[in-house]
Design a protein around this ligand. Structure first.
Ligand SMILES: Cc1cc2nc3c(=O)[nH]c(=O)nc-3n(C[C@H](O)[C@H](O)[C@H](O)COP(=O)(O)OP(=O)(O)OC[C@H]3O[C@@H](n4cnc5c(N)ncnc54)[C@H](O)[C@@H]3O)c2cc1C
Length: 396
């Protein structure tokens, strides 16, 4: 990894736009394949926009086999990160403590059973369907009203910032900071140069991995992938003695509230389906209403419904919190766009909604394979021109 704060190189085999987790992962796979790669990052440091706000969760409990495979590949990379990257002893703070989806409702319990059967059919054979009592036996802090749960012990969470820096450190790319991509120049109908605030880079290929700004960047090349960006919050409560440090990621499938251990407390998140899209933003304002929605036990989205100890946290009222916000970047079917665009030489690695950390290795490796002609674009389930069906919001 070479870091520059001055002019970028004037030529490259590949320019990657964005220094978040997906830009860094793309750089890792591209340089490993021998491509002279330049990463352009507008801000003065890597990993300062969406990626550091993520909860760092990864799971194989999905509603479709394609994303399951994408994350399965990432998970193997996370588990063997030091060997694969050559970064001896590198610590991703990987905690395989599981994902636990719980419900108090009969209809959701039926859906859980169907979902587990599907997941097993897709090869996720270690996902468990638990009754309320079985779940409470293993996780005694669950509410007596929980009647069903699905659990996979091999799911878990890691530190997204460490992951990003790990990919970057293990790559031999040149990372040019404090430099914005401002346009693309085409020649004979294909990409010829990437324009930046510090000059042009001649290149046959570029990958847009710019998180919420991927849409505006693509439009500079005359194409519109149709991304929408939506604000999402992460609440950090760094000291909550009630939070069991060995707890899984607990997701209330009835109201969408979820939390996982972090520091001596927890991260709390909730994907509110009523939040309207907003323009891509460099600083995403947070709203305290989010905290009250999650913590006030009388709110329909309270974490206390599934785990009553959160009621004590609310009543005590004295615990510290840190509220941050970032943006999900959505495609119409909430799955990423990976690979070629209608502009020859221009590629996308964006639109992961809430799955960009867990999809980073599998997705970026595929994009690099598509650039190198090692994969058939017609067989790519994440191609730009796939039939797009609008998907309703999932709870997570
Ligand atoms: C609250 C929250 C919780 C989440 N939890 C999880 C989770 O548990 N698990 C999970 O897998 N995912 C999660 N996600 C999603 C995940 O964070 C994103 O999918 C992922 O971080 C996107 O990474 P990125 O590299 O595309 O974007 P970013 O991290 O936003 O990086 C994009 C970079 O591009 C740069 N850039 C933009 N425009 C330009 C330009 N013109 N020139 C140069 N550089 C430019 C930006 O400065 C930025 O550094 C969560 C997201 C949020 C908001």
């Amino acid at each position: 990894m070479e870091v520059r704060r001055g002019d970028p190189p004037t030529t490259a085999d590949l320019v990657v736009i964005g220094g978040g987790v997906l830009g860094a992962a793309t750089a890792f796979y591209a340089t490993r394949a021998g491509l002279r790669t330049v990463v352009i990052e507008r801000r003065p440091l890597l990993c300062t926009l969406t990626t550091p706000v993520a909860a760092g969760g990864f799971r194989l409990q999905f509603d479709n086999p394609e994303e399951t495979e994408l994350v399965r590949e990432s998970l193997t990379v996370f588990e063997h990160f030091s060997e694969i990257t050559g970064l001896r002893g590198y610590d991703l703070r990987l905690q395989k403590q599981g994902y636990l989806f719980v419900t108090t409702r009969q209809d959701t319990a039926r859906r859980q059973a169907e979902r587990v059967a599907e997941q097993r059919a897709w090869g996720v054979t270690d996902v468990e369907l638990l009754t309320g009592d079985e779940a409470r036996y293993r996780f005694p802090y669950l509410a007596p009203e929980i009647i069903s749960a699905r659990f996979r012990a091999g799911d878990g969470f890691l530190d997204p910032k460490r992951l990003t820096y790990g990919y970057a450190l293990a790559s031999s790319a040149t990372f040019v900071l404090d430099t914005a991509v401002t346009g693309f120049t085409l020649a004979a109908g294909r990409l010829a140069r990437v324009e930046t605030s510090r000059g042009s880079i001649s290149t046959p290929a570029a990958v847009i991995a710019a998180g919420p700004f991927s849409g505006p960047l693509a439009r500079l090349a005359g194409i519109d992938p149709g991304f929408t960006t939506v604000r999402r919050h992460r609440l950090t409560m760094p000291e909550v003695p009630e939070v069991p440090p060995d707890a899984p990621f607990v997701i209330d499938e009835d109201n969408g509230a979820h939390w996982r251990p972090a520091y001596q407390g927890a991260y709390l998140v909730f994907t509110d389906p009523t939040t309207p899209p907003s323009e891509p933003a460099w600083d995403v304002p947070s709203s305290s209403d989010f905290v009250f929605q999650l913590l006030d036990p009388t709110s329909e989205h309270a974490v206390a419904h599934a785990c009553p100890f959160w009621r004590r946290v609310w009543e005590r009222g004295s615990d510290h919190w840190i509220l941050q916000a970032g943006q999900y970047t959505y495609t119409p079917d909430h799955r990423p766009f990976l690979g070629p665009t209608p502009v020859p030489g221009l590629y996308l690695n964006a639109g992961y909604s809430g799955h960009g950390i867990m999809g980073s290795a599998g997705g970026s490796r595929r994009v690099v394979d598509l650039i190198l002609g090692r994969a058939d674009p017609r067989l790519n389930p994440f191609r730009w021109d796939r039939p797009l069906t609008h998907r309703p919001f999932d709870v997570i």
